[in-house]
Design a binder for this molecule. Structure first.
Ligand SMILES: *Cc1c(COP(=O)(O)O)cnc(C)c1O
Length: 365
């Protein structure tokens, strides 16, 4: 049964010595340091998923004609493992990532990876590389992904794929505490069109966003905000984070999912936590004109971006071709702080978990 495919263990012959690992963990940054192992699973048409291994991390052997290198059949996920104060190792809603991975695969005409295999592969990697999980504010960032490996230049879905999971220890995303970010509203570029791949977590979306991100940096901003492709009117999301707006009357707004926005798991958790605490939460279209007017009138009190890597980041200033404006005097507001504290409390098991979001890994399995 491929659903419960056994993952063969082939431990690294000479893993990083403890003192060298400790030195790397002192200031890991984000996405620069990798653990000793990886998980790989292959898929071939007619045979399905097979050859699941947790093994030494090493470069792939890839034919130069591999379909991923030409037509970008690639999808990925991102989630974190945390070591709790009680010395457990936990994941946050990994089944949601597994489901989204299936949805992304579907959109990119790639094979569906069984959810149990997705979660099992992550657990296997976390178990073998558990010594790499930072304590304190850090976490182990997990990057599952799938690529088309078939050597073939014709244009059709590939007949061979590799699923892989790698891991990197990461520190606090914002060193020295969360600082409000400045965002650039792109006039020239859009991220996703109706009928396109906006709701799929695929590398191609990121490739297409980099020039807009570069434009944001040139304008002194940290991140780019995309407006809808059809009318250039409605706020959609950042390059890799969803966006929320908080008003003076207890209303909170986020753009609705509908094919052009990535359905963030952090977004979903924030919607639930905000409803729990009685905020009037609305998933509705919100135009850039409204954003400017609400900031000017003072009705808009806070705005923040959210995603797995940064969790919640307050948006302090907005810049665009026509000018600039601030929200909340450029400072982080109380709702943003409270929702971040609630979410990180659940993720790290320092707060109760009323929705059953925390997934404890059995480290002895
Ligand atoms: C991954 C991602 C997000 C955030 O999703 P989370 O599940 O909260 O990490 C938001 N937007 C884009 C474009 C993304 O790729």
């Amino acid at each position: 049964m491929e659903d419960s495919l056994l993952i063969t263990r082939r431990p690294h012959a000479s893993p990083t010595p403890p003192h060298a690992r400790a030195a790397l963990l002192e200031d890991p940054g984000f996405g620069k340091i990798f653990t000793d192992h990886m998980v790989t699973v292959r898929w071939v048409e007619g045979k399905g998923w097979h050859d699941a291994q947790v093994r030494a991390r090493e470069p792939f052997q890839l034919d130069p004609a591999a379909a991923v290198l030409h037509y970008a059949q690639e999808i990925f996920e991102g989630l974190k493992a945390y070591r709790t104060r009680g010395n457990d190792v936990v994941l946050f809603r990994p089944r949601e990532n597994a489901r989204r991975f299936v949805a992304s695969a579907d959109r990119m005409a790639m094979p569906k990876l069984p959810e149990d295999l997705f979660v099992g592969a992550i657990e296997a990697l976390v178990r073998v590389d558990a010594d790499w999980i930072p304590t304190g504010e850090g976490s182990l960032y997990l990057r599952p992904f799938m690529i088309a490996t078939e050597a073939f230049l014709g244009v059709r879905p590939a007949a061979e794929y590799t699923f892989c999971v790698i891991a990197c220890p990461v520190g606090a995303y914002f060193k020295g505490g969360a600082k409000p970010v400045t965002v650039w509203v792109s006039d020239a570029y859009t991220r996703a069109a109706p009928g396109g791949t906006g709701a799929a977590k695929c590398g191609g979306n990121y490739a297409a966003s980099l020039v807009a991100q570069a434009e944001a940096i040139r304008n002194g901003c940290d991140q780019v905000v995309f407006l809808d492709a059809a009318e250039h009117r409605y706020v959609e999301e950042l390059g890799g984070m969803n966006v929320f707006f908080v008003f003076d009357d207890g209303t909170m707004v986020t753009p609705p999912l509908g094919g052009t926005i990535l359905p963030g798991i952090t977004r979903d958790a924030i919607l639930t936590l905000a409803r729990d605490e009685g905020l009037n939460v609305q998933e509705r279209l919100y135009s850039f004109d409204e954003w400017q007017a609400d900031a000017a009138s003072g009705r808009l009190k806070e705005a923040f971006a959210c995603g797995t890597a940064a969790v919640l980041a307050a948006i302090g200033e907005i810049r665009h071709v026509g000018g600039a404006f601030k929200i909340g005097g450029g400072q982080e507001g109380p709702v943003t702080t409270r929702l971040r504290d609630q979410l990180t409390g659940i993720q790290r098991c320092t707060a109760p978990d009323p929705h059953g979001w925390v997934h404890k890994i059995d480290m002895e399995a």
